[in-house]
Write a protein of this length. Sequence first.
Length: 127
Amino acid sequence: MSDNADVCIEEHDQDIFLYTHWEGHTLPILVGRVLARRTRWRDAHYLARMVFSEMIAVDLRGDGNFGISTIHRGADYPLLTLHVDRQEVEAECRTERVTFAEFVEMRELERMQFAGRPDFRLHRLTL
C-alpha cells in the first residue's frame, strides 16, 4: 500500500510534477505552508523548489519517496495544481479553483477537504 500524490506547478502551459510515495496525505498542508510565506508566488521555478524542499524535509538524503517529473503518473489522491500565472490552486476532484490567498486562509481541515483528502484524520500527519 502506498500514499502517493503529485503536486503540479504550472506556468505558461508548462508543467512540473513533484511526487511523494508515502506522504501524499500531507501535500495540501505542505503547499499551504509554502504559500503562507507569501513570497515567490509569481516565480514558478522558485515556488517549485520551495514546495519540493518542504516535501523532502522529512527525508532529505533518502533515495526514494520523492521525485520530480514532467509527467503525471497517477496517484492515490487527486492532483493538486498551482497555476502560477493565475495565482490559483486547483484540485482535480473539484470544479472550482481558489486563489493562492484563499488557500492560505483556509484551515488545515478545509485544505484537506478541498484537495480530496476527507479521510485525512485516519493518517498520522508526519509534520
